[in-house]
Design a protein around this ligand. Structure first.
Ligand code: B3K
Ligand code: ZN
Length: 850
């Protein structure tokens, strides 16, 4: 690390922009290493600002010339931009800069991917394109002209003209610069159209590289379904003549909601049954919806500053989760969403990277596109909906859209809309935005004279910079089940606002079994002592599908934790409960598949740490293997028959019914594989006609060390397909034994197809290493050292991805002293790297010191 530590910026320092913009015109003359960007910007003084000082952001730009109202000026180039003396009234700024898209490996601003020009401007990438007030509260309509010898030249808004080697676009909707986009290249489109609820025809185009046309049908259907859903559920109509999506191979995240021109990572849009798994289809559908939904929640109403990021992201995640639940199975989607929340957000919220949904400060905003901003942010919206009720929620949203359309709004604006439209006081609820950490909710009960009482106590542990926590306003959805399995009190929402609070249920003839936190009504960790018998009872009788699954998961967790300390722990109660659940044909196969899955090793390690026990990754791994084996032996009589029942005879379709059957079939094969040494997996691999089954079977072959031939065959069949090759890389690392994981990863880094500058490929390999819990935390420390070597190598090329992936180390304090030392030295080595990016400095510093 060189120089001084990077300086944070503070929410409290927000000041309105000095200058606003009436209109922007940009002309791009494209060239791989010398693109010229001319800008004409009409600035007007902001009546709300205290000063007329003029500053434009700009980074990695070569200024060619600048003028004000037609007179050449020589601005002062300062760190991060320029300043200039300007008139005291409206004026026109013109400038020309030169940039080099080809050498831009950070993939921010204008860059090249496989010969195609594309942009990524959120959060602060536009300043790498031209000098501009690159902050979201400066919004303007844009005119764009693109000149370049490429057949397809795209930007935001509606097309206004094109000719040989040029095209012009106009976006009439004022937008912040982070929503700007430009794409140019040899692309082909899938065309379609959508008629909006007011009868307006919208052209739809999904642009891909020639050769990928066959993978666009699903994405287009998902887009049309999203447009329709947003009209039907939120009354939101699309507002331009055209909506375009472009697939790009080199992209730092899933996708980006640029106005009218969404740019997508190929992995988040291209789909076919031969190359995509059911999980891929589901993710693609959700991301297409997410980006489309941003048109209203993000674009028409944007954020005043980046401290408000969850205003658009939390709400848009909540909306895409609702959409997926409506299109697929609500219960299964909720279980998956909560599993992801616990796996990523709880991990974040309970470690050194914990931060508020609305942070007070940050160094690098790119480090705050986190599970807390997104997923916890979405949970907060869900809790507000639960508290005010369905009807009031949509009424509040209507007010939000009318009151704030065209605004750069704040989280405070959002909460106030709910207060104004419902009359409720949400003062305490606001704490959810400002208090980091996952609340613990402790429950006890008593039963006397037909009266049942639930006693709750809440406590949020300290997080970095926040030692003291106040009680949260927690909606706790509860139902009660009688001894015969019938529900005696149906779901009601208890509102907890105190540190300790009790709720009474009267007139019960017998002591009921409580089903608490139904539908996971709040993002808290529920702590309740209960017996395996009670868990098995809830697994059998709970009418709330989330809690039914939760009962099975908690049982499995307890068994695994017992096994990780005592190899002879009793498994009977769990095995019997699972057998009953599996045989229950009234349950959706997807639900049964989820219940058959075991909690992840990382989840178990977190739970042990929480309980004051130092997790031993190898023992956790062994416990999981032992339990799979015991399940296989216990269920062996039913495996072949049930697997046959899960076969899909109709042609492949990526719908949730078929996907559920495939998931359960593969869950059963995971068990059978441990008895037949890969025989059934080999048969399935050879006859599979879709990627879900093929990849599942290949994974199981690798698990029993019989995957070599299939791996080679898989590669020869798919070596031209980047996205499938990503799977080929991931799978080998993910399924490597703890002893082999680092060596397998290292060998794969030497593979000629390991194009490490491509974010998807880098993540495929090192993301999988992080997910192989016992392999990453192997006692040799080899995986830690390898990961550190590669993050150091990646940082100067792509600081965003390098910084993001340092979070693999965020749990370092959970482990034993040897592992802690090794992880600490890996982190220290990263931090000591000469010229380390601000992004990585911030992340590693927080991980080490938090
Ligand atoms: N808004 C983008 C994320 C931008 C990330 C910048 N580092 C995608 C999304 O959330 O929809
Ligand atoms: Zn988003």
């Amino acid at each position: 690390m060189t120089g001084t530590a990077p300086q944070p910026i503070f929410l409290a320092d927000y000041a309105p922009p000095n200058w606003l913009i009436e209109e922007v015109s940009l002309t791009f003359r494209l060239d791989p290493v010398a693109t010229r960007v001319k800008s004409t910007i009409r600035f007007v003084p902001n009546p709300d600002a205290a000063s007329r000082d003029f500053f434009l952001h700009g980074e990695h730009l070569t200024l060619i010339r600048a003028s004000i109202d037609g007179t050449e000026v020589t601005p002062d180039l300062v760190e991060g931009g320029l300043t200039a003396a300007v008139p005291d009234m409206a004026f026109t700024w013109e400038a020309e800069v030169e940039i080099s898209p080809e050498t831009n490996t950070a993939l921010e601003g204008l860059y090249m991917s496989n010969g195609m020009y594309c942009t990524q401007c959120e959060a602060e990438g536009f300043r790498r394109i031209t000098y501009y007030p690159d902050r979201p509260d400066v919004m303007a309509p844009f005119r764009v002209r693109i000149e370049g010898g490429l057949p397809v030249l795209l930007s935001n808004g509606n097309p206004t003209g094109s000719g040989d080697g040029w095209a012009e676009w106009h976006d009439p909707w004022p937008k912040p610069a982070y929503l700007f986009a430009l794409v140019a290249g040899e692309l082909v489109a899938r065309d379609d159209s959508f008629t909006t609820m007011s009868g307006k025809d919208v052209d739809l185009k999904l642009w891909v590289r020639p050769g990928d046309e066959g993978k666009t049908a699903f994405g287009m259907e998902a887009l049309k379904a999203s447009m329709k859903w947003d009209e039907e559920v939120y009354g939101r109509e699309y507002d331009l003549d055209i909506f375009q999506i472009v697939a790009v191979s080199d992209f730092n995240m899933g996708a980006m909601e640029n106005k009218g021109l969404n740019i997508f990572n190929t992995s988040a849009v291209l789909a076919s049954s031969e190359t995509s798994t059911d999980a891929n289809f589901e993710r693609i559908e959700a991301i297409i919806a997410h980006e489309y939904f941003h048109n209203w929640t993000g674009n028409r109403i944007t954020c005043r500053d980046w401290f408000q990021l969850s205003l658009k992201e939390g709400l848009t995640v909540f909306r895409d989760q609702q959409f997926s639940g409506d299109l697929r199975s609500k219960a299964v989607c909720r279980i998956n969403d909560v599993s992801a929340l616990r796996g990523r957000q709880f991990r974040e919220d309970n470690g050194p990277l914990a931060h508020q949904v609305q942070p007070d400060s940050f160094v690098e905003i790119n480090n705050f596109y986190t599970a807390t901003i997104y997923e916890k942010g979405a949970e907060l919206i869900g809790m507000m909906k639960t508290l005010v009720g369905e009807e009031a929620y949509y009424k509040a949203l209507d007010l939000y859209f009318t009151r704030h359309d065209g605004d750069a709004a704040t989280i405070e604006d959002w909460v106030r809309v709910f207060e104004d439209s419902t009359g409720r006081d949400l003062t305490q609820f606001r704490r959810w935005y400002k208090q980091a950490g996952t609340p613990r909710l402790m429950v006890s009960e008593d039963f006397n004279n037909d009266t049942y009482t639930l006693h709750f106590e809440q406590e949020t542990p300290p997080t970095p910079g926040q030692d003291e926590k106040l009680p949260q306003h927690i909606p706790i959805a509860v139902g009660l089940i009688g001894p015969n399995g019938d529900e005696v009190v149906s779901t009601q929402v208890l509102e907890m606002t105190e540190a300790k609070q009790s709720f009474v249920f009267e007139g019960l003839g017998a002591k009921p079994t409580p089903s608490i936190l139904r539908h996971f009504s709040a993002p808290v960790i529920l702590q309740r002592d209960s017996s395996p018998t009670e868990r098995a009872f809830l697994l059998a009788h709970d009418t709330d599908p989330f809690n039914k699954w939760e009962a099975g998961r908690t049982l499995a967790k307890e068994v695994l934790i017992a096994l990780s300390t005592d190899e002879d722990a009793s498994l009977e109660a769990y095995l019997d409960a699972i057998a009953i659940m599996l045989r229950d044909d009234s349950l959706d196969p997807a639900f049964r598949a989820l219940t058959l899955g075991l909690p992840s090793q990382d989840d178990l390690a977190q739970t042990l740490f929480d309980a004051g026990v130092t997790p031993d990754p190898q023992k956790i791994y062994n416990a999981q293997q032992t339990l799979w084996q015991a399940m296989a032996e216990h269920l062996q009589d039913m495996l072949p028959r049930m697997m046959a029942e899960m076969e899909v005879s109709e042609p492949f379709a990526p719908n949730s019914e078929q996907a559920g059957k495939r998931a359960l079939g593969l869950g059963l094969l995971n068990l059978l594989n441990r008895l037949d040494g890969g025989a059934a997996a080999k048969v399935l691999y050879d006859r599979a006609d879709n990627m879900t089954l093929r990849l599942g079977a290949l994974g199981y072959l690798l698990q029993v060390q019989k995957g070599d031939a299939a791996l080679a065959e898989f590669r020869s069949q798919f070596d031209h397909d980047e996205l499938v090759m990503d799977k080929w890389f991931s799978l080998q690392v993910y399924h490597a034994t703890p002893d082999q994981a680092a060596a397998v990863t290292e060998a794969l880094t030497k593979d000629p197809a390991f194009h490490w500058k491509n974010p998807n490929r880098f993540r495929a390999l090192f993301g999988a290493l992080g997910m192989n819990h016992a392999g990453f935390h192997h006692a040799s420390g080899k995986a830690y050292a390898l990961a550190a070597d590669w993050l150091i190598k990646l940082d100067p090329v792509n600081h965003q991805i390098a910084a993001r992936m340092t979070s693999g180390f965020e749990t370092w304090r959970h482990y034993d002293a040897d592992r802690q030392d090794m992880m600490k030295s890996a982190l220290t080595r990263i931090l000591a790297t000469e010229g380390l990016s601000r992004d990585s400095q911030e992340m590693v510093g927080r991980i080490l010191n938090g």
